[in-house]
Design a binder for this molecule. Sequence first.
Ligand SMILES: Cc1ncc(COP(=O)(O)O)c(C=O)c1O
Length: 308
Amino acid sequence: MRAVEQNPPTGRPTAAPVATPLLELLPGVLVKLECNNPGGSHKVRAARHIVQRALDRGEIVPGVTTVIEKTGGNFGFGLAVACRDIGVPVELAVGLGFSPVKRRCLEMFGARLIGIPMLEAGATPREVVEWHLARGKELGRQYHYTDQFNNPASLAAHEFETGPEIAGQLAARDEVTSLTFVSCAGTGACLSGVARALRTAGYDVEVVLVEPAGCDSRNGVFVDHRLEGASVGVAPPMVDWSMVSHAAPVSAEEMAATQREFAARTGYFVGNSSAACLHVAQSLSHRATKTHKILAIIYDHGLWYFKH
Ligand SMILES: Cc1ncc(COP(=O)(O)O)c(C=O)c1O
């Protein structure tokens, strides 16, 4: 019997970029399986770029620095993965409303969840980060706050990595000349970065912003919803609104129905924000032709979101 191929020599998982599949899983709808990334989502790309930029600038020094961030989970996994190989500890303020499964797994990935008593007492994740930054010395930490919402490297990750990767995969379908990119937005880095890169690559790209019903991110209107990671309560700072043709609201019921149907049909059980995008993508699929496709990102897997 042939031996199973060994892991890389260190035996450690690697955060090095590996292209994720782009598949036409529904007629006319191309899906980019970002859930296949190390860390389970597209956010590892932003994390890698942010960490690399900070290393290059001497803002992260392995053995000295601790990375700190407020995150709903996926960016935390990305940071844990990106910091692991360089030996930099990661401390995360994760809102208590976020998936408890994600919270437990973040610890398994080596991140330290901070400020839980503060969060239980009503503090926001931002306040937890600010409290720790103000007391870094007392706590024996030299913190670097990655500040994903204001860090241009988030956008660069998708403009110079995810987007060109999709363009390279589309090149195999040389009849495709235009795309409707259906995207939600937390920071907006993925939406703007991918759309820009595809335009640069010569595609005619229309962007549809998917929002939980009742939210209007552009105007700062938010309601409670289940699309974790999207429409997060602040206007997404990296959305280039000039590229967004319109917003498409999705209800929790529509999202859940699409999640079930897509799993039964394709074998992929996708996360909530991804299912919302698929719902809108499917509703637009009648517009797909040989030369025009609908594009959606599968940000992460659905198993995270079971409440136990
Ligand atoms: C599941 C999920 N969907 C969508 C997004 C939005 O991504 P971006 O911050 O690039 O806009 C995030 C961000 O954390 C996420 O975790």
